[in-house]
Write a protein that binds this ligand. Structure first.
Ligand code: ARG
Length: 584
């Protein structure tokens, strides 16, 4: 890609002037203000500062070693030592022509592919998936798709919650009041009912609570009857999850639930005690601060009444049972050993931040030489229109399946109004693509760490930063080709004359940079914003530059710009897990 060619040339020039410089900091990025150029590097200023050199002098020295005339106009030194680059139109034309010939789509595969494990979705058995799980699913899936496209080895692992104290009450409820017909009709609904009613009864009945506890102990000890029921609960839940994943187009390489790690938990606790990382405290086994971090950054300290007090991580309860943290430690070690990843990414909501900070800190103490990067990619809450957590009218958590149904039926109403002439099958298919796209895009386009208000009207709108707007932009370009017919086809040579053509070409060129930024910061919203801007720039081009009415050579070149734009839109949406239709 052009910016990478320029970057490599700048790195070579810097190496000639400062042979010891760290090249990883010498980057070429888009200029924030196109007034100054298309790309810039600010690396020379910090290199000069480290060495007490005059930054403008260093920039001038680098410039004498730099030859980018194939791609750029005269390079300018600006401000306190920036290098600004303006692309030559001929270089743009050549790059676009290479894409038109099918060479690439404005991105390069990673030179050093990395293995990255992504833990996402991870719903809980016998409970419905809720809106938080969809956000994890959609974000995780987008990161996996983008990393894969860039050539990395991605391992997706769905860490299903299939173990824990809830099974005591579930087993008791199942044995006492299971309604088989209800279970067949809506397994998760029925299991949720069993859990809720038993849980409520246990609150006032100590006897019942004790019986639930005994059911749990029996399960933990491998009681045959309880194991059979537990397996049935998992199977029924998995079936319902799979139906949802099928609708969302999400696949996992592995689904290793929490219970998979049960045989390893004792060993984890024993090892952490042997190494002095964990110790007994009031009958439980805990990890405390080792004092290696400033209190503010130490996940094992919390502030209480103006004092830093211990905030230990429990890894074994006083009754000897392991917990979520123990399981996650075993899981982390297993992933590390099995896949030897460069990185492990966890996608969950923001309320689990402390859990992951403690988990990562314990793992570092346990495996001090491990080079694996550990990232918690967390997200904010989804709010209802009144700014409180998103709930149904009766105050229940919103179920994912119902949410998807409603999205499709609302989209169908819109599509039917816009396209009364299409057949019902066609309208339903378009509505499916629009409805699911709208939901996913609403999850992906805000900054993931801020809460967002769930609004049907906003997400299904054909105007603004929404999936339907982008899907429509794509379909509109495809309709140009239908009108053009077989006689007019895009050129393999591209000529950029009008400013709108040049602006569009430069925007297309940024696609690869955006993909890299998405995978560096785990922020799909960068891609959403880019696609939205691209669609806007395309509109500007289409309004200023006639395509089908232009003369032959110009028309073929402009058709090529249309084609490239539609390909980037389609590929970009596909990375968000969003489908397109040719007509809508
Ligand atoms: N099952 C958990 C939940 O629903 C999410 C698990 C996330 N992954 C992990 N390795 N802890 O909140």
């Amino acid at each position: 890609m052009l910016h990478q060619f320029i970057e490599r040339a700048v790195q070579q020039a810097v190496a000639k002037v400062l042979p010891d410089a760290d090249m990883s900091s010498v980057l070429v990025r888009p200029c924030p203000d196109p007034k100054f150029g298309d790309y810039q590097t600010n690396a020379l200023m910090s290199l000069a500062k480290e060495r007490k050199l005059n930054p403008c002098q260093l920039a001038a020295d680098v410039l004498t070693q730099l030859n980018v005339s194939e791609w750029c106009e005269k390079v300018e030194i600006a401000g306190a030592g920036f290098l600004n680059f303006r692309l030559k139109v001929s270089a743009l034309e050549q790059t676009l022509a290479a894409v038109a010939r099918g060479g690439h789509l404005f991105f390069e595969k990673a030179a050093e592919p990395r293995t990255i494990v992504i833990d996402f979705s991870s719903p809980n058995v016998a409970k419905p998936m809720h809106v938080g799980h969809i956000r994890s699913t959609v974000l995780g899936d987008c990161l996996a798709r983008t990393l894969r496209l860039l050539g990395h080895r991605v391992v997706t692992d769905n860490h299903i919650g299939d173990w824990g104290t809830q099974f005591g009450k579930l087993l008791l409820g199942w044995k006492g009041q299971l309604d088989r017909a209800a279970l067949a009709a809506d397994p998760i609904g029925e299991m949720e009912r069993l859990y809720k009613s038993t849980n409520a009864a246990c609150e006032t009945d100590a006897d019942l609570l004790e019986r639930a506890r005994q059911e749990l102990v029996k399960l933990q000890n491998g009681d045959a009857e309880n194991l059979v029921i537990w397996r049935e609960m998992i199977e029924l839940s998995q079936h319902q999850f799979d139906t949802l994943y099928g609708r969302l187009g999400v696949e996992f390489d592995f689904t290793l639930g929490e219970s998979f790690y049960n045989p390893r938990l004792k060993q984890v606790v024993a090892e952490l005690r042997e190494r002095g990382i964990a110790r007994e405290s009031e009958g439980a086994i805990c990890v405390f601060s080792d004092g290696s971090l400033p209190p503010k950054e130490d996940p094992f300290l919390k502030q209480q009444d103006g004092q830093w007090t211990p905030n230990p991580c429990l890894i074994q309860k006083s009754d000897g049972a392991a917990n979520y943290a123990t399981t996650d430690l075993a899981t982390l070690a297993y992933r590390f050993e099995t896949w030897q990843p460069a990185e492990i990414v966890y996608v969950t909501d923001g309320r689990q931040q402390l859990h992951f900070r403690q988990l990562f800190a314990i793992f570092r103490r346990w495996h001090p030489d491990a080079k694996v990067k550990l990232s918690h990619v967390w997200f904010g809450s989804i709010l209802g229109e009144n700014n409180t957590p998103f709930k149904t009218r009766s105050g229940e958590t919103v179920k994912l399946a119902e949410l998807l149904d409603e999205a499709e039926s609302r989209a169908l109403a819109i599509v039917s109004e816009k396209n009364p002439n299409l057949s019902e099958t066609e309208r339903r298919e378009i509505a499916r693509v629009i409805g699911l796209g709208a939901i996913k895009y609403a999850d992906l386009s805000p900054n993931r760490q801020s809460d967002y208000v769930f609004s049907w009207d906003k997400m299904l709108s054909f105007a603004g930063n929404t999936a339907p707007y982008l899907q429509y932009a794509y379909a509109r370009i495809r309709s140009i080709f239908r009108k053009a017919g077989a006689g007019m086809s895009p050129a393999a040579e591209i000529r950029l004359i009008a400013t709108e053509e040049i602006t569009l070409a430069k925007k297309l060129l940024h696609f690869g940079l955006v993909l890299e930024a998405v995978t560096e910061d785990y922020r799909p919203n960068y891609l959403c914003n880019y696609l939205y801007e691209l669609a806007g720039v395309f509109t500007g081009f289409y309004e200023a530059c006639p395509v089908l009415k232009a003369a032959d050579a110009e028309r073929a070149s402009r058709l090529a710009l249309c084609d490239l734009t539609s390909r980037v839109l389609q590929q970009g949406l596909a990375l968000l897990g969003i489908e397109t239709v040719e007509q809508m």
